[in-house]
Design a protein. Structure first.
Length: 411
């Protein structure tokens, strides 16, 4: 008897909360294609398949910037998938407003999502006009600096404890033939690095004023000028990275070819896959070691409206499975992210994940830029910072002027 028949037989004989009345295939699109990400997705697929349904993997290579237009085009073009990943925030806002996405309010009410999802801002990001349209799966924070212990040992300097020490160590790294800071060529990487520098150097109140309140005067002011000075240091330190994808940049750190990387906590999945141990092989500095704050962005699954009744039922099962406590633990331990449920046991988490959990527990959090800005405004930012990191002739002052103009017209 194969596994699906065994599961169906079990569901027929006992009452299991996640057993589907009628098993069906459900295509799920996402952009998790690196080694660590694929290992995490496998946990979601395994949990969903255990309900008697079948996860049909629709991975799209190239990360979110490549995948999202394809996903949106399929939904608007009448060829919707069963479920699709987006980041927490406003990326699916127009699809919802066009009536193309499924209302999950009944499922969320039945499963008591409002009681268990923490912080509440994650579910708020799924809520439009009082209705819930997505199932949060994780908390991914950009606010991390990952350092190669071996690289600093080779350079003969101590592993930095904060951003300023990292910048000061750059000449020693370069002398040892090591790229100080790994930054890939995808535009979102440069943008994320800048946002992380903003929280660390200017603080979360300034971050909120710029991206939340759309305060162009603050964006043009002295606090953000300090951030652009740090971004200028970062692009000088990143010269010589010569990689495109984020996980290729992470691999430079893993192999000791780069001193560090500003990247979200999803980088942990790559370190784990390489068999490296936090605190021994690599060091993690939340808030760049300057301001221990984490952003509460991450990923959620949206469910397009479908005509097929059985697939619609399977959508409900998948939404419940994603938020199941066991699924939350299995997925997030592989992904390197934090669970969205505040009632799960993560005793087996590594040192870096425990740092993130402690910061979350203290409430030292800030909303992600994806939650505060529209997809169009984010794209304008990406264009700016992609050019800034690639073009050394663009001065920090010129870049800040353009940045303030983007904020002035942001929505």
């Amino acid at each position: 008897m194969n596994i699906r028949l065994m599961t169906a037989a079990l569901c027929a004989s006992v009452v299991l909360p996640l057993c589907a009345a009628n098993a069906t295939d459900l295509e799920v699109t996402h952009w998790w294609t690196s080694g660590g990400e694929a290992a995490a997705v496998a946990e979601l697929a395994k949990a969903f398949d255990a309900t008697g349904n079948h996860w049909v993997d629709g991975a799209i290579a190239g990360s979110g910037g490549t995948a999202r237009p394809i996903m949106v085009s399929r939904i608007t073009g009448g060829d919707p998938m069963g479920a699709t990943q987006f980041n927490h925030g406003r990326q699916a806002e127009e699809l919802v407003q066009s009536g193309l996405m499924r209302d999950l309010t009944d499922v969320a009410t039945q499963e008591h999502w409002k009681d268990v999802i923490r912080p509440a801002s994650l579910l708020d990001s799924c809520t439009i006009d009082g209705k819930i349209y997505c199932a949060p799966v994780n908390i991914h924070s950009w606010q991390w600096l990952w350092l190669s212990n071996a690289a600093f040992k080779k350079a003969g300097v101590e592993v930095p404890k904060n951003w300023d020490e990292f910048v000061a160590a750059a000449p020693a790294l370069e002398k040892a033939g090591i790229v100080p800071l790994a930054v890939g060529g995808q535009p979102w990487q440069a943008t994320g690095a800048f946002d992380t520098l903003m929280v660390a150097i200017a603080g979360k109140d300034v971050f909120q004023k710029v991206f939340g309140d759309k305060d162009a005067e603050v964006a043009a002011g002295p606090e953000i000028a300090k951030v652009f000075k740090a971004a200028d240091d970062a692009r000088k330190m990143a010269k010589g990275s010569n990689v495109q994808d984020w996980n290729q940049a992470t691999n430079l750190v893993i192999t000791g070819k780069a001193g560090g990387q500003i990247m979200g906590d999803w980088a942990q999945g790559e370190f784990a896959l390489a068999g490296q141990t936090a605190g021994t092989d690599y060091t993690c500095l939340p808030g760049l070691g300057v301001n221990e704050v984490i952003s509460t962005g991450g990923d959620a699954f949206y469910f397009p409206l479908l005509k097929d009744a059985e697939k619609s039922k399977a959508q409900e099962v998948l939404a419940k499975t994603i938020l199941d406590p066991k699924t939350q633990v299995a997925f997030n331990l592989k992904k390197g992210s934090l669970p969205v449920r505040g009632d799960v046991d993560l005793a087996s988490a590594n040192d870096c994940m425990k740092k993130g959990l402690e910061i979350l527990k203290k409430g030292n959090v800030v909303a992600s830029a994806d939650q505060l800005l529209s997809a169009d405004s984010q794209k304008q930012k990406e264009d700016l910072f992609s050019e800034f990191f690639a073009n050394a002739s663009m001065t920090p002052a010129d870049a800040q002027k353009r940045f303030a103009e983007i904020i002035a017209s942001a929505d």
